[in-house]
Design a protein around this ligand. Sequence first.
Ligand SMILES: Cc1cc2nc3c(=O)[nH]c(=O)nc-3n(C[C@H](O)[C@H](O)[C@H](O)COP(=O)(O)OP(=O)(O)OC[C@H]3O[C@@H](n4cnc5c(N)ncnc54)[C@H](O)[C@@H]3O)c2cc1C
Length: 385
Amino acid sequence: MERFVIIGNGPAGRAAAAALAASRSGEVVLIGREHPVPFSRPGLIYRAMGAMRDADLELPVPAEVQAVHGEVVAWSPEERWVELAGGRREPFSQVIWAVGAKARPFPGTVDPGFPVFSLQEWGDAQTLSHQHPRSWGVVGGGLVGAELVEWGVGRGAETHWWVREPHLWSERLTEEESSALARRVRGFGVHLHLATPVHRLGHPVVTAKGEFQVEAAGVAIGVVPNAIPGDACSLDAIAHVPHAHAIGDVAPDGPRSWEAATRAGRELGMRLAGMPFSASPPFSDDRTRCFDRTVTTLTARTPTWEVSTVDARTARSLRLGFDEQGRWVRAVAMGWKLRSNAIKAAFAAGAPVDALADARPFFNEPEGTRLPLNAWAQLLKDAAR
Ligand SMILES: Cc1cc2nc3c(=O)[nH]c(=O)nc-3n(C[C@H](O)[C@H](O)[C@H](O)COP(=O)(O)OP(=O)(O)OC[C@H]3O[C@@H](n4cnc5c(N)ncnc54)[C@H](O)[C@@H]3O)c2cc1C
């Protein structure tokens, strides 16, 4: 009888557990250290803002899976057990490391006693939910940085946002689209500082463009893989153990999105269960949100030509990319809700430009906000002044 032990109950571990349990290939144990059951990491910001309760974030443990709450601190590939803090051992016949990533620490100087927060783990959202700084600064221009900015503004804090790159989300947006978004962000009262690396966090915060006074700061400058405990237990070492596997954000070039982690977990689970797995077409699906604007990028292939429209006044834009045969291969939308499944189906079918003559099947109405409604109503009033 197989006994699968999965370390990490994020989307990758949970999907692998679900696939293994559904195949009835053996006993399945899912271990997580942050929370007894899997939860929505993208939902953490709503918990930090006070717009959701803990229970709203929790995801069901897949049927026939045994969930264990604890941190794995040691393992033996030879004797086939993992050990939790406290000494409990779980034997396995196959072990899956799905331990994801942790927030990358700020590499510059942090003055002793200066409060610095991140938003990566369950506990971070709990901590933030109790904070009410009057002034707040955020280091990092990515998805989590944007969430922390919105959190500060939603709490009524004077908010600075220091972004190293000269354009906001430059890897997704053209310069024109990016400046429309920056203008909208500033319209909500955010002090957005582009091309501004931060050197030191403290009183004052020292940046390449001068000094600032804030009560506390959030740091969101990417992630580094969580460690796999034990000596010589790098991914390379795991690759040489036939009954040990690594998935999710921890795997080399592993997924950096919820959907990709889920897909990778399901694929590994089905492979270990000996079940046929047909991967869905590899369309990349990237979403980044700031206040009431989501930038959605759906890509089948790199386009050879694009058409686009930008409304700088409302920060709404749409860019459609096509290949040399005129087949639709990319959509980049800011401020529009896309019907992603319909668009991915069109990519898969090799839909030509003409398919877009009637765009209604591909777009929903303009989008709203994720701030609690009261905070949003207040912000709109302030922005209109
Ligand atoms: C605030 C935030 C918002 C995000 N929003 C989005 C979004 O909107 N869309 C999107 O696609 N992606 C989003 N992401 C990224 C997405 O959440 C990750 O890519 C995804 O969670 C990775 O899945 P994973 O299963 O590989 O790892 P994780 O979700 O990191 O899960 C790994 C789990 O393993 C646990 N673990 C680690 N070591 C041990 C150990 N020794 N013992 C026991 N347990 C251990 C960790 O605590 C963690 O719970 C967001 C990330 C963050 C931080």
